[in-house]
Design a protein around this ligand. Structure first.
Ligand code: FES
Length: 148
């Protein structure tokens, strides 16, 4: 089957995929810019992808762990999934996968105590100016400290 990737900048590309592969595996096999910071163990949201409704509805529902990570994803939509958790299970002519404009990495370092210092914030690239990015990060940090 084919996957049509819609990149952050609106560019489109086609790759082949096989049943049993995850979207993250397909992306990495073909050099698609989908990070996967935790290497597919559902501990970050850098593999966030947006699917078409029909494809989303045909998939098994996300697990609670996946939903927890998706809650932290930038630009979450009603058809968002983690690419590492979506295994291709049925034949589609062309499966359309949109990459969000940015990703946010809150990969939790497992041997650190649970506090703000064990969160890695390693990508925030939406084409914003330095001032906009700094402001967004400040808003996020203040919000995170208040809500825990
Ligand atoms: S690669 Fe980290 S959750 Fe998918």
């Amino acid at each position: 089957m084919l996957i049509k990737w819609i990149h952050k900048d609106g560019r489109e590309s086609l790759t082949a995929a096989a049943i049993g592969d995850s979207l993250l595996e397909v992306a990495h096999q073909h050099g698609i810019e989908l990070e996967g910071a935790c290497e597919g163990v559902c501990a970050c949201s850098t593999c966030h992808v947006i699917l078409e409704k029909g494809v989303y509805d045909a998939l098994p529902e996300p697990t609670e762990e996946e939903e927890d990570m998706l809650d932290r994803a930038f630009g979450l939509t009603a058809t968002s999934r983690l690419g590492c958790q979506v295994k291709l299970q049925q034949q589609h002519d062309i499966l359309v996968v949109k990459l969000p404009k940015a990703t946010r990495n809150f990969y939790v370092v497992s041997d650190c105590p649970s506090n703000n210092e064990n969160l890695l914030f390693n990508e925030f690239d939406a084409g914003w100016t330095h001032t906009e990015t700094t402001l967004i990060i400040l808003i996020f940090v203040v919000n995170y400290k208040w809500t825990g």
